[in-house]
Write a protein that binds this ligand. Structure first.
Ligand code: ARG
Length: 560
């Protein structure tokens, strides 16, 4: 809860905004004067009244409520005392009422957001470099939905380009139907890698011919292409399921091949298309950017052309209010160019397009690069985390039921949380030990805190849960209450900044505060009135933590 903001909204001073008032509110050094104070001296001039009179008048206008316990005027200051017990009651009641919906809202009702994320390349490895786009995009999907937006998740597949001609050629020379069917994406990738290292001049020419055949609608070539695509999708879908990731559309680059002409025509009509060395480009020099390539000299379209067609399609199909692209910062220029071209085309919705850029993920040992063949498949990273989580459980709690299921939640959660904890633009080095630590700022730590809260609640079954009338909050309790009441703001903040790390940090903060309370205050052995409150606080913490982790796609095991 942002008290300054809350209080500021209650104070009406003509010609002064709530923001300005919030900025003027201070925390008095001495709590005898209340928890917050507004000095009225600076309003004397505008209101043509003395600060003392202003403070008195304002004090008379404001009614105490569940948050503000007391208001009074003293020597030109307007003083506020916060009703901590009132805030606690209200917050716990809100969480009890809303349950899994606590933190949600309807601020997005009637608005549509398109989110382009993961956007894998057919027949290429789904590697650790795709982790961020996949989990950031998916978290934004869940966050925006939670805020009432209509969300469209789009996997803009990389399913077009000369590499498919090469792949068909490689398959024709070295491939075997059963082997590829069995090996799936790994077998396809091997063929592609082999082509790149072994293909002769003759095969290169054949590959170009196969690509031309795909483009011209040749049946066999397109069947092979469709087969490679379906094998890739079957493979990535399994990973998406494990990561709790969903899409509403898999319309990739090839989907736009017959939808580019209107864009090209419009560019021509508006005099934006220039021929340069045989290619058609949009000159962006006045905006300090290299030209945006629309058609190659042989008439072939480019990545940018297909993205322009996709933008048109998304606007006309979904009528979005916002269109997000969760893509690595390496493509900063590409998106700046696309957005600029749309603006030059006179599309006022160009301003609603956002490139949500993120940094690189690498592994501790430096493995990552595609060129030296040391690709790290995302599936292997997930598998390793799940195995490690299983080993820890086996070690700490061998009698636990459903160990496999729990290890899956913990392992997968550790990967997601590891990718989401830092501000998205930062490059991160992925460390297995770090993401799986029970003590660090990890998903495991948050999940373990939930298991702890769960165990308290299990033991408390059947106990009296009444909250005493004259509730006095311990500082540890008040810290949790403040954090719990701040959750709805944190969700909005994450959406506004396209920053799921806000939620991940929130979860760690809440876990830390709960653990401090857990170790320093008695819960099950507290006196009756106090115990009831503490149990409710534990329950509310568990619920809010579950809601936060769910927004990131992370499940919470009951026991760990
Ligand atoms: N497939 C592309 C890549 O791996 C990312 C596509 C991002 N989305 C888009 N609309 N351009 O680099």
């Amino acid at each position: 809860m942002d008290y300054k903001k809350y209080i500021a909204e209650k104070i009406k001073i003509e010609g002064v905004s709530a923001e300005e008032i919030a900025g003027a509110i201070a925390v008095p050094p001495n709590s005898d004067m209340g928890d917050y104070a507004l000095p009225c001296f600076k309003f004397a001039k505008i209101l043509r009244q003395s600060p003392v009179a202003i403070a008195q008048k304002l004090a008379a206008e404001i009614q105490p409520d569940g948050v503000i316990a007391e208001v009074n005027a003293l020597n030109g200051y307007l003083n506020f005392a916060i009703d901590k017990a009132g805030l606690a009651r209200q917050t716990l009641a809100d969480i009890e009422r809303a349950g899994a919906q606590y933190g949600s809202s309807q601020i997005g009702a009637g608005k549509t957001v398109c989110i382009d994320y993961s956007s894998v390349n057919v027949a290429k490895p789904f590697h650790i470099g795709h982790l961020s786009t996949t989990v950031i995009g998916s978290a934004l999907y869940k966050i925006y939905s939670f805020l009432g937006y209509n969300v469209v998740g789009i996997n803009h597949l990389g399913d077009y380009g000369t590499q498919f001609g090469k792949l068909i050629c490689a398959y024709k020379h070295w491939g075997d139907r059963d082997e590829v069917e069995k090996g799936g994406i790994h077998a396809i990738n091997e063929l592609y890698v082999r082509f790149n290292s072994e293909a002769t001049e003759q095969m290169q020419a054949e590959a170009r011919e196969y690509f031309r055949l795909i483009e011209n609608g040749d049946r066999e070539a397109n069947e092979l292409f469709a087969w490679f695509k379906s094998l890739t999708l079957a493979y990535v879908d399994k990973i998406y399921k494990r990561l709790n990731v969903k899409f509403d559309s898999y319309n990739g680059e090839s989907f736009y091949l017959d939808k580019m002409q209107p864009v090209i025509d419009e560019l021509k009509e508006k005099g934006l298309l220039k021929v340069s060395e045989g290619a058609s480009v949009v000159d962006l020099e006045p905006y300090g950017m290299p030209p945006c390539l629309i058609l190659r000299s042989d008439g072939a379209s480019l990545y940018a052309t297909r993205d322009l067609a996709a933008a048109y399609y998304r606007k006309s199909t979904y009528g979005f209010d916002k269109c997000l692209y969760v893509v690595a910062y390496q493509q900063n220029l590409h998106f700046k160019q696309i957005f600029k071209v749309l603006e030059l085309l006179g599309k006022d919705w160009a301003k609603d397009m956002v490139h949500v850029a993120y940094g690189m993920v690498s592994l501790e040992d430096g493995a990552m690069s595609t060129r030296n063949g040391r690709v790290v498949w995302l599936e292997d990273v997930i598998e390793k985390c799940v195995e490690k989580a299983y080993a820890v459980i086996e070690d700490k709690n061998p009698n636990l039921e459903n160990k496999r299921e729990i290890a899956e939640k913990v392992g997968v959660g550790s990967v997601i949380f590891g990718a989401l904890y830092n501000n998205k633009i930062k490059d991160i080095v992925f460390s297995y030990d770090k993401v799986l630590s029970f003590e660090g700022e990890t998903g495991v730590y948050c999940q373990y805190t939930c298991a702890r809260a769960n165990s308290v609640l299990q033991k408390a079954k059947g106990m009296e849960c009444a909250v005493s009338e004259n509730l006095q909050l311990a500082p540890q309790e008040y810290e949790i209450i403040k954090t719990l009441s701040a959750f709805p703001e944190a969700v909005k903040d994450a959406a506004e900044k396209y920053e799921p790390s806000t939620i991940a940090r929130y979860a760690v903060d809440l876990a830390q505060k709960f653990n401090k309370f857990y170790f320093e205050c008695k819960i099950l052995t507290a006196e009756d009135g106090c115990k009831g409150f503490r149990l409710q606080l534990t329950k509310a913490t568990l619920q809010t933590m579950q809601n936060a982790l769910a927004l990131l796609g992370i499940g919470v095991p009951e026991k760990m």
